[in-house]
Design a protein around this ligand. Structure first.
Ligand code: W6P
Length: 381
C-alpha cells in the first residue's frame, strides 16, 4: 500500500471551508453527483494535510501500536476513496460511494480513544520533554478538529443521500435551522443525571435562563447549528459542574447548590454560561484541563479519597474537555473556563449566531511552523 505520492499531490490543494449557510444551501440543492465529485477529492485533501503534519511528531509516538492502528484505518479509508478517482457517477457508483462513507464513519469511531492510548503508550516507553508535549498537543488539537470536519461532511452526505434519517424532520442533512438551545441542555442534563444515578451519585439541580436581543418574547432561543455538537459541548461541561458540586459537598449532603445556566443571544454570538458552586480549580491546574497529556489517565477525587474509576462511566471520558472546545471552535466559536478556587467555576461557550459567520476552522499543513521550534523552547524563564 503506497499512498505517499497521492498524499504529496493532494496536500498541495487547500481544503475548502464551508459555512453553516453554504452547508444548508448544499442540502437544499441535494445534488448527489456534485456532492460525490466534491467529496472524493476534499476528503483526500483534508487527510493528506494531516498525514504530512504527522511526520513532525516524535517518531516513537508514531511507532506505538495504537498509533499504527489508527493510521491503518486512515490508509484503508484513503485507498477506498481513491478508488473513485475518475469513476463516472452512475447510480451504482453513487450508491457504493455513499456506502463507503457509512463504513468509514464506523471504522473511525474510536480514533480519539485510540490516540489517547497511543499517547499513554508513548509516555510509558519514553517520558516526553516539553517540546514534544507541545508538539503533540498542537497536533492532536488540529488532528481532532480536522476529524470533526471530515465527519461532518461525511455525515451530511449520508443523511442527505443515504438510508439514515436525521433526528429532527426540519433538519437539512446534519444542520438544524432552529436548534432550541435550552432543550439541548435539558437533554444533556438528563443524560448526565442518568450516568450519575447509575453509580449512585447524587445529582444537583440545574436552572436555565435565556434572553435574546432580537426577540423579547417568551419563545425559546434558537440558532442554526448542528445539534449534536452543542449537545456534546454542554454535556461535558454539565458533567464537570455536577461532579465538582458533589465533590465539594460530599455524597450525602441534604442539598446541593444549583448549577445555573444562562443562554444569551446577541447580535453576533450566542453565549452559554454554566456556573457551578463546586470545588473550583486552582490557576495552576486550569490550563491542564485542555491538555491531552493530563487527561489521559482520569483520576477522580471525592472528599479526598481516590475512587475506583474503572467502571465509572463519568470518569472514562478523558478527552472530553479538549474535544468539547474543538467542537466550539470548529465553527469559529470558543470555550473558556474561569474559576475561583473554593468558590466555583464558570464555563463560557461562544457560538457564532449567524450561519454566514459560522465557517469551518480547518488546519492546513504548514512546514515552517515546525522548523523554528528549537531546543530552547521558551522565551521565558
Ligand atoms: C469544576 C471543574 C470544571 C471544569 C469544566 C466545567 C466546570 C467545572 N467545574 O470544578
Amino acid at each position: 500500500l503506497n499512498l505517499s505520492n497521492h498524499i504529496e499531490y493532494y496536500s498541495k490543494f487547500q481544503p475548502t471551508s464551508f459555512t453553516l449557510k453554504s452547508l444548508i444551501d448544499f442540502a437544499r440543492d441535494a445534488d448527489i453527483k456534485r456532492s460525490y465529485k466534491f467529496l472524493r477529492v476534499e476528503l483526500l485533501i483534508r487527510w493528506s494535510h494531516m498525514r504530512k503534519e504527522m511526520n513532525y511528531l516524535p517518531p516513537k509516538l508514531l511507532e506505538m501500536p495504537s498509533f499504527a492502528l489508527a493510521n491503518s484505518w486512515y490508509d484503508q479509508s484513503y485507498s477506498e476513496i481513491l478508488e473513485f478517482k475518475n469513476v463516472d457517477p452512475d447510480a451504482s457508483t453513487l450508491r457504493k460511494f455513499t456506502e463507503a462513507l457509512v463504513d468509514i464513519r464506523k471504522r473511525h469511531v474510536d480514533v480519539v480513544s485510540t490516540l489517547a492510548k497511543a499517547y499513554m503508550e508513548f509516555e510509558k516507553v519514553s517520558s516526553s520533554n516539553s517540546i514534544e508535549k507541545n508538539r503533540i498537543q498542537y497536533f492532536y488539537d488540529r488532528f481532532f478538529l480536522n476529524r470533526i470536519g471530515v465527519r461532518t461532511l461525511i455525515y451530511h452526505h449520508t443523511l442527505l443521500f443515504g438510508d439514515e434519517s436525521p433526528q429532527h424532520s426540519q433538519q437539512a442533512g446534519i444542520i438544524d435551522p432552529s436548534v432550541d438551545i435550552a432543550a439541548v441542555i435539558q437533554d444533556a442534563y438528563s443524560m448526565a443525571k442518568q450516568l450519575f444515578q447509575q453509580v449512585s451519585y447524587p445529582v444537583p439541580k440545574i436552572e436555565i435562563q435565556s434572553h435574546s436581543s432580537q426577540d423579547h418574547s417568551a419563545n425559546p432561543v434558537t440558532i442554526i447549528y448542528i445539534p449534536s455538537h452543542i449537545y456534546h459541548i454542554v454535556f461535558e461541561l454539565l458533567k464537570n459542574s455536577l461532579h465538582a458540586t458533589v465533590e465539594r459537598y460530599g455524597l450525602d449532603a441534604k442539598e446541593y447548590p444549583t448549577v445555573r445556566v444562562l443562554i444569551v443571544k446577541g447580535a453576533e454570538d450566542l453565549t452559554i454560561r454554566i456556573d457551578d458552586r463546586g470545588v473550583g480549580i486552582s490557576r495552576s491546574k486550569l490550563s491542564h484541563l485542555f491538555h491531552y497529556m493530563y487527561s489521559t489517565a482520569p483520576k477522580f477525587l471525592l472528599n479526598g479519597h481516590e475512587q475506583n474509576t474503572k467502571n465509572i462511566p463519568i470518569a472514562g471520558l478523558g478527552y472530553g474537555l479538549p474535544i468539547a472546545r474543538l467542537y466550539a471552535r470548529y465553527f469559529q466559536g470558543n470555550l473558556s473556563i474561569a474559576s475561583i478556587e473554593n468558590h466555583g467555576t464558570s464555563a463560557y461557550v461562544l457560538l457564532q449566531g449567524t450561519a454566514e459567520n459560522a465557517s469551518e476552522r480547518l488546519p492546513i499543513f504548514c512546514k515552517s511552523r515546525y522548523s523554528y521550534t528549537t531546543n530552547k523552547g521558551s522565551d521565558w524563564t
